[in-house]
Design a protein around this ligand. Structure first.
Ligand SMILES: Nc1ncnc2c1ncn2[C@@H]1O[C@H](COP(=O)(O)OP(=O)(O)OP(=O)(O)O)[C@@H](O)[C@H]1O
Length: 309
């Protein structure tokens, strides 16, 4: 559905996208991640036909975005970052106008406007001037615009940027509703959203692809130190006793809550000392009310792969 090969984009003196190759299969929801300036928006703009590449090829729904640009654009719904909308138009007028531009007319257009306004919860504000709507509603108008012509491919550049948690959840539910019918490439900085929504992650750094895998595999392969939290009742200096457990790199006492003491033990990558700790506590007769090993998150993968150099 999306095929990108050796794509490069150079702005005056600066390479924003550097020999990028990836593909997105039909029906996949792929998260496009990377720090600010990694080249995500540039790639998406090229795919949407808004920007020419310096070299390389890109295809959407089998159509080359440079040589068959009309066909490629007809196959996709694009929601740019800070989507530009006609602020003095009413929601309904705007969607009608955009639907007509995308080739919908008459009954089909009216039916489709009703459907997208309902899906994006815009029916109640359909007569409102877009400029008077909150950011969340404007994002929904932009999303309704992207999906109105039922495109098989959606390219969404930070669709939840600037939204509150309720609005983010709403957009996520909308994407879930559409995922069966569409191929989606989605850029976002909200990694918990990617873990919940995306089948696969493309991680970009300085214009190059750093990772291409499922969120689960990326996390599984990660080798970073992890923390174990333990809360016990103990007198004296239990940290000295903890130190006998192999694999512990650092021990910090976090807080005291009445007679309960909470420690964070940093352990080596993939180390799991929970059993050893519980044996130790049993031997010492320390009551335990929490013993928890933090699981690495996609955020750890992101930091590991994009920080440093
Ligand atoms: N029109 C432009 N002219 C010159 N440089 C640009 C232009 N647009 C983007 N860049 C540069 O290209 C690089 C990639 O930018 P891009 O907007 O694609 O990154 P991004 O990954 O989308 O970042 P963000 O998460 O902040 O949206 C950045 O260094 C940016 O400054």
């Amino acid at each position: 559905m999306i095929e990108v090969e050796n794509l490069t984009k150079t702005y005056v003196g600066r390479t924003a996208v550097d020999g990028l190759t990836f593909s997105v299969k039909p029906g996949e929801v792929v998260g496009f991640l990377g720090p600010n300036g990694a080249g995500k928006s540039t790639t998406m703009r090229i795919l949407a036909g808004f920007l020419p590449a310096t070299s390389g090829t890109a295809k959407v729904n089998g159509f080359d975005v440079f040589h068959q640009s009309v066909k490629a654009r007809q196959s996709l719904g694009y929601m740019p970052e800070n989507a530009p909308l006609y602020l003095d138009m009413r929601v309904k007028e705007y969607l009608q106008f955009r639907g007509q531009l995308k080739g919908l007319h008459g009954k089909d257009l009216r039916k489709r406007m009703g459907e997208v306004m309902e899906a994006c919860v815009l029916t109640e504000v359909r007569r409102k001037i877009i400029g008077t709507l909150s950011k969340g509603f404007r994002q929904r108008v932009a999303l309704a615009d992207a999906i109105i012509s039922r495109p098989p491919v959606l390219i969404l550049d930070e669709p939840t940027n600037g939204l509150d948690p309720n609005q983010i959840r709403h957009i996520r539910d909308l994407l879930h509703a559409y995922r069966a019918q569409q191929t989606i490439l989605l850029s976002t900085h909200i990694l918990s959203e990617v873990e919940l929504t995306c089948d696969r992650v493309l991680l970009l750094h300085k214009g190059k692809l750093r990772a291409d895998d499922t969120p689960k595999n990326l996390v599984r392969r990660l080798r970073v130190a992890r923390d174990v939290q333990v809360e016990i009742q103990a007198e004296g200096t239990p940290e000295e006793t903890f130190a006998s457990v192999t694999g512990i790199r650092k021990i910090t006492e976090e807080r005291v809550d009445g007679s309960w003491r909470r420690f964070t033990l940093r352990v080596e990558a993939r180390g799991d000392i929970r059993e050893a700790l519980s044996d130790l506590a049993l031997k010492k007769q320390w009551p335990i009310r929490e013993l928890h090993l933090e699981q690495p998150r996609l955020e750890d993968v992101f930091v590991e792969m994009t920080s440093g150099d």
